[in-house]
Design a protein around this ligand. Structure first.
Ligand code: ATR
Length: 285
């Protein structure tokens, strides 16, 4: 039997360091199964240097991969490696998607739409809102742009390393507050985003008093191990709307699946349930 174009397997993946914890292969495999297509999505551990990143991507492009997602610590490397980039990726200074083919590697940032869609799925951000962003790394840069799109007109950034907060504040026109004063900045915030690794399993907790939190404020955390971080547990107990890191992860995966495998990718409760059961099994080990 001759192979039709429908039967030719397509390959994509995710590169990062570390990468074994990644849920992305599980997301793409479920969508491929639903679509009934021979789509394969693999995880690649790529040491943190630019050279290792570039060598791996050149190899995957030569092997016929359609594209890759890029996670820590390579999101800035992705932008440097790409021949061209979307306006959003260029503005964020970081990319989480590289597509091969066409005129060379093309970088995009679906973390921005991922965050935006995750918030919009459960809440409405009112016009001229104020946001408090904790952290000033690569994730914060995309989220600041997503907040702008959601209608936030004032963002205050707090980061342990002051100099890094100053850079992001300067790049995006944000206000800055000292890390020690982060609880004060909660007053008046309509949306709070933890973009640090604090609260993640194995990391220190995010010490943050929510005493001054507006009951209508939205609280979001990019951490998804554990899924219910202490920040989200406390915010939910106070009656606030919360958005967890898994929602953002699922939504950021959609553009890559559609671009590389050419099929529909839907974020729904079944996908979430599948991922939660994987996380639960992992934490039981
Ligand atoms: P990402 O691309 O996910 O944002 P990153 O660039 O390593 O990853 O940034 C991690 C963020 O978590 C940073 O804002 C970091 O603060 P510093 O800039 O001071 O390093 C923050 N972070 C990590 N560990 C922290 C800790 N123990 N206390 C406070 N902030 C911490």
């Amino acid at each position: 039997m001759s192979a039709t174009s429908e039967q030719i397997p397509k390959h994509a993946g995710v590169v990062g360091w570390p990468i074994t914890h990644s849920l992305s292969p599980h997301i793409h495999q479920l969508w491929a199964q639903r679509a009934g297509i021979p789509a394969y999505y693999s995880a690649f551990a790529v040491p943190p240097t630019y050279d290792a990143f570039a060598d791996t991507l050149n190899g995957l492009a030569a092997a016929g991969f359609a594209g890759v997602n890029v996670t820590l610590p390579h999101k800035e490397h992705a932008l440097r490696f790409a021949k061209d980039a979307s306006a959003a990726a260029a503005k964020a200074g970081a990319a989480n998607m590289i597509s091969f083919g066409g005129n060379g590697p093309y970088a995009e940032n679906s973390d921005i739409t991922g965050f935006e869609k995750a918030v919009c799925a459960v809440a409405t951000v009112k016009k001229d809102s104020c946001a408090l962003v904790l952290g000033a790394g690569g994730a914060a840069r995309g989220i600041v742009l997503a907040l702008e799109r959601l209608g936030v007109t004032k963002t205050i950034v707090a980061n342990r390393t002051k100099e890094k907060a100053a850079v992001i504040a300067d790049d995006f026109g944000l206000e800055q507050t000292d890390w020690e004063d982060r609880a004060d900045a909660i007053q008046g915030a309509d949306i709070i985003v933890n973009t640090t690794s604090l609260g993640m399993s194995g990391q220190p907790g995010l010490e943050l008093s929510l005493d001054r939190l507006d009951p209508a404020a939205i609280v979001t955390d990019i951490v998804y191990t554990p899924l219910k971080t202490p920040l989200l547990i406390e915010a939910k107990a106070r009656g606030n709307i919360v958005v967890d890191g898994l929602s953002m992860l699922m939504h950021q995966a959609v553009p890559g699946f559609q671009a590389w495998f050419g099929a529909e990718a839907v974020v729904d409760d079944d996908l979430r349930g599948h991922l939660v059961s994987i996380l639960n099994k992992r934490s039981a080990v």
